[in-house]
Design a protein around this ligand. Structure first.
Ligand SMILES: Cc1ncc(COP(=O)(O)O)c(C=O)c1O
Length: 371
């Protein structure tokens, strides 16, 4: 008998925990036909703001919109430049373009693969640079305090892409509490995942929250009065029901992720596999457990051949993507990002992963790296 495959993420485990609870609530939304802006949306916004330790949360349609609306809300306008790390999901850079601005890419630090603070701050001194997007990669915060301190008084705004870090803290502060604003994604596989696309913007700045809400609802506060040209980006009521149920379990699920990360650390210590580390001041929520191995592509093929659903986040950096060829970059421009892209490997990790599954991943990985 061949062993059951181990997925990168198993969302069925989460669904089975909340299914009974959300069933009647989803029925109630459908019966009331309150599909847009129904009561669960405001309730979720309040609960997620409280969970993150910030004053405001505005639900939007997805994480990419959240980044775009956050940028527009802090004053990014067409013609501005926005600093973005070259190692992020494409959406961060796409959102900059959709806000009418130009992404100015920077390298990452070689250890944690988080945005290079010195490179970002040096660029922030250029006059067209209006914002820096710090991406909380793999479940840990970017160096937000260092960036916020260095950008203070420059007129350049710090925006946090917290798509991968719901529940993470930086010196005890949650997402959106250090930067001017944070954008997050509730894409199904995220630590807090919806049943489809969803996202939110969180901030302590009431004016920024107000502007995100305005922009995300066709630029309108009063029906059929449109103050500015906005977009249609709202959190669906049905998604809010799912997110409320999952939010109640998120702290426990993040604990399970931490326990699983500890298990990998212990099982892989002293091997040739380079293990991820947590930057000072961070409480990690292990959205992804990203190791580094030489000859990564063959290792990945071997893992897949053994039914182990490892992945790569992300194989091609932004500056080498065809969509951003017009920025004029080439291989060699961001050496730390490029070195990481060739070696990184995300191991299966999700709330509910068993020690047995993890041990099979470790066995498969150690066999693959020694092949
Ligand atoms: C770092 C980062 N930024 C932005 C996004 C975009 O979120 P969404 O897929 O909800 O648009 C994602 C995830 O998909 C992400 O990982």
């Amino acid at each position: 008998m061949t062993a059951e495959p181990i997925p990168l993420v198993d969302l069925g485990l989460q669904h089975r925990q909340i299914a009974d609870e959300i069933g009647p609530e989803l029925e109630a939304v459908m019966a009331a036909t309150a599909f847009v802006n129904g009561p669960p949306v405001a309730a979720f916004e309040q609960e997620f703001a409280r969970f993150s330790g910030v004053d405001h949360c505005v639900g939007v349609a997805n994480g990419t919109d959240a980044v775009e609306l956050a940028l527009r809300a802090v004053g990014v306008v067409p013609g501005d430049d926005v600093v973005v790390p070259a190692n992020t999901f494409i959406a961060t850079a796409e959102a900059v373009v959709r806000a009418g601005a130009r992404p100015v890419l920077v390298d990452c630090d070689p250890v944690h693969q988080l945005i290079d603070v010195d490179a970002a701050v040096a660029l922030a001194e250029q006059h067209r640079v209006r914002a820096v997007i710090a991406v909380d990669l793999f479940g840990q915060s970017a160096p937000l305090d260092d960036l916020a301190g260095a950008l203070d008084g420059t007129g350049c705004v710090l925006v946090e892409d917290a798509a991968q870090s719901q529940g993470a803290t930086h010196h005890g502060r949650g997402i959106g509490a250090t930067a001017a604003v944070a954008a997050t994604s509730f894409y199904p596989g995220k630590n807090l995942g919806a049943y489809g696309d969803a996202g939110a913007v969180v901030t302590n700045d009431g004016d920024v929250a107000d502007r995100v809400r305005l922009l995300g609802d066709h630029g309108s506060r009063v029906r059929y009065v449109h103050e500015v040209v906005g977009v249609n980006s709202r959190l669906d009521t049905l998604q809010a029901v799912v997110l409320r149920a999952k939010l109640r379990r998120l702290a426990a699920w993040n604990d399970e992720r931490r326990a699983a990360a500890t298990h990998y650390h212990q099982a892989l210590a002293g091997t040739t596999v380079a293990l991820p580390t947590t930057a000072p001041g961070n409480e990690h929520v292990w959205h992804l457990f990203v190791v580094r191995v030489p000859d990564r592509d063959s290792v990945l093929d071997l893992l897949h051949a053994h039914g182990i659903g490892a992945g790569i986040h992300y194989p091609v950096p932004i500056h080498l993507q065809p969509a951003f060829a017009h920025l004029g970059h080439g291989p060699g421009d961001f050496p730390h990002v490029e070195a990481a892209a060739g070696e990184i490997l995300s191991l299966p990790l999700f709330p509910g992963i068993t020690a047995d599954q993890q041990d099979r991943v470790v066995d498969g990985l150690l066999r693959a790296v020694s092949d």
